[in-house]
Design a protein around this ligand. Sequence first.
Ligand code: SAM
Length: 215
Amino acid sequence: MDDDGPQDAASHFQGKPLGGWGLLQIAGCTGLAAYSVWALVLMPGFRKVPLKLQVPYIPASTKQVANVMSLLKGRSGKMVDLGSGDGRIVLEAARRGFGPAVGYELNPWLVRLSYFHAWRADYHRRVSYRREDLWKVNLRDCSNVSLFLAPSVLSLMESKLLAELPADARVVAGRFPLPTWTPSSIVGEGVDRVWAYDVQAVRQTTSAKKEDAAI
Ligand SMILES: C[S@@+](CC[C@H](N)C(=O)[O-])C[C@H]1O[C@@H](n2cnc3c(N)ncnc32)[C@H](O)[C@@H]1O
């Protein structure tokens, strides 16, 4: 009797070299699967964002979220998360009394997921998740800013923050520090580490450095 079961099928592959065509097919399928995940899940909505500014979705760890909040303790007013992902930092900020609490996120699936989390926590009226390019948002009224972005874009981000933020603003960067700013405090270890920067102090240091360079 013919046996076409899975074991039999597997035995066809055992001990047989795959050959060039087989390897090409596997490489093609893997590439297609990786591209589909990238295009449909990680980066939808990024068509108009230059490639060098594209940052994929990596969620902050629970400890990282707690560390961000600890560096914003005692503060109030508007809080924004630039590239808000699944929205947990914005939701936590709203829970702690920040308002308005706003997330900017280009990926429409993550915006939906964020509202779902907020709705489940009964905070959907206290948060706002906007499907906008963070590079096009004017930050002049944002006193509390959090970000967790790729190191490759942080230098450009420093210039944007310095040009737009109000003097009393505090910026909290997760996982990767801003490359030239001096932090006012740091908490956490490894991937949970976060850095806080007070904009007024950063502006003073930056202009002092410029004066030194001019002498
Ligand atoms: C590393 S994840 C961080 C997510 C979230 N802030 C957290 O800490 O869990 C970076 C997020 O920024 C979003 N993002 C990247 N570039 C963006 C842009 N130009 N405008 C809006 N969102 C962007 C990505 O889609 C991604 O969700």
